[in-house]
Design a protein around this ligand. Structure first.
Ligand code: IPE
Ligand code: IPE
Ligand code: MG
Ligand code: MG
Ligand code: MG
Length: 324
């Protein structure tokens, strides 16, 4: 990572963090606002707002224009995580207890709802010239995340999932918010149609690669590095990239029984991961990530050459190498 990109990232993240601190403040009833604050205070990577602001600047926009939509998107992302952890029965996020684990499910449902509404209040600060269009893109995007999350849950009990169905699911549950980030960044800069379409493609490909990497890390990382429960996808019978690849490979018989066991132990998880390594599933995931990212890189050619385009290119490199 170049020093210039490092500096840019930390500048943009700092702006997002400061604005979130202004927007989500402790007030009564604390049993609603404390868990909301908790969810946003352990700031994550803030990739989606960074993308929105970088795309915006790369196309001639400025931060004053994009900051509210960027912060709104980060709040929406946090809302999806709070609810996702309930659905996935996960205890750990960003190295800390999840909201529903620390409080309970009702608290987490309301904290998530509250974050979504705060996100819309923040979005409403966007200039009236573009607000109607931005509202539409955000709302459509969130609806697609709900569709993707529904498919994710439905697939847990489905026997056969093709790679194509897997991509549809992850493009919706994860790719969408990355695509929204890029589309809105372009929209607020007044970009023309081809550039906006290229940025949507860039965001979608980054999001797709990001989710495959997430599936990979869920199996092979370590809890203290990843900050989330390892093996959770296998325990929950998720149709992750790894599972879909293995079950659609000629080596299906080697792992099917273990993957489909009703109660999967940590010993089973280790065995399954060993099989994934042996039959080429881990390598297939790594290759797929790189190939998907090369599509993201191609989409950048539509942008004018400038420092921010270089940053968007550097951002691609961080996706494949991320550890948490
Ligand atoms: C987690 O997203 C949800 C997925 C789409 C895998 P991030 O990994 O971007 O979460 P934070 O905000 O950095 O913790
Ligand atoms: C994340 O998928 C998708 C959304 C939160 C919408 P995961 O369930 O894999 O995300 P993590 O691993 O819990 O962060
Ligand atoms: Mg999850
Ligand atoms: Mg999930
Ligand atoms: Mg995951």
């Amino acid at each position: 990572m170049t020093d210039a990109f490092k500096g840019k990232l930390s500048f943009l993240k700092d702006r997002v963090t400061k604005r979130i601190e202004q927007v989500i403040v402790p007030k009564s009833p604390l049993s609603l606002y404390d868990p909301m604050l908790y969810a946003v205070s352990s700031s994550g990577k803030q990739l989606r707002p960074v993308l929105l602001m970088l795309v915006n600047e790369a196309l001639g926009g400025d931060l004053a224009q994009s900051i509210h939509a960027a912060v709104s998107l980060e709040l929406i992302h946090n809302f999806t995580l709070v609810h996702d952890d309930i659905m996935d029965h996960d205890d750990l996020r960003r190295g800390r207890e999840t909201v529903f684990k620390r409080w309970d499910e009702n608290v987490a449902i309301l904290a998530g709802d509250g974050l979504l509404v705060m996100a819309y209040l923040e979005l409403a600060q966007t200039s009236p010239d573009s607000l109607a269009k931005v509202l539409h893109v955000f709302s459509q995007g969130i609806l697609e995340v709900c569709e993707g999350q529904t498919l994710d849950k439905d697939f847990e009990t489905r026997e056969e999932i093709s790679l194509q169905e897997y991509y549809e699911m992850i493009d919706k549950k994860t790719g969408q918010l990355f695509a929204v980030a890029c589309q809105v960044g372009a929209l607020l800069a007044g970009a023309h149609e081809e550039q906006t379409a290229a940025m949507v493609q860039y965001g979608k490909m980054i999001g797709r690669a990001f989710q495959i990497q997430d599936d990979l890390l869920d199996a092979i990382s370590q809890e203290y590095v990843f900050g989330k429960n390892i093996g959770s996808d296998l325990e929950e019978h998720k149709k992750s990239f790894l599972v879909v690849h293995a079950l659609n490979s000629p080596y299906r018989d080697k792992c099917e029984r273990l993957i489909k066991k009703e109660k999967i132990t940590s010993g089973d998880i280790q065995k399954i991961v060993q099989i994934f390594k042996k039959i080429g599933t881990i390598d297939a995931a790594k290759n797929e990530i790189l190939q998907t990212l090369s599509h993201a890189r191609n989409a950048l050619a539509e942008l004018p050459a400038n420092e921010n385009r270089d940053f968007l290119s550097e951002l691609i490199d961080t996706i494949a190498t991320r550890k948490s």
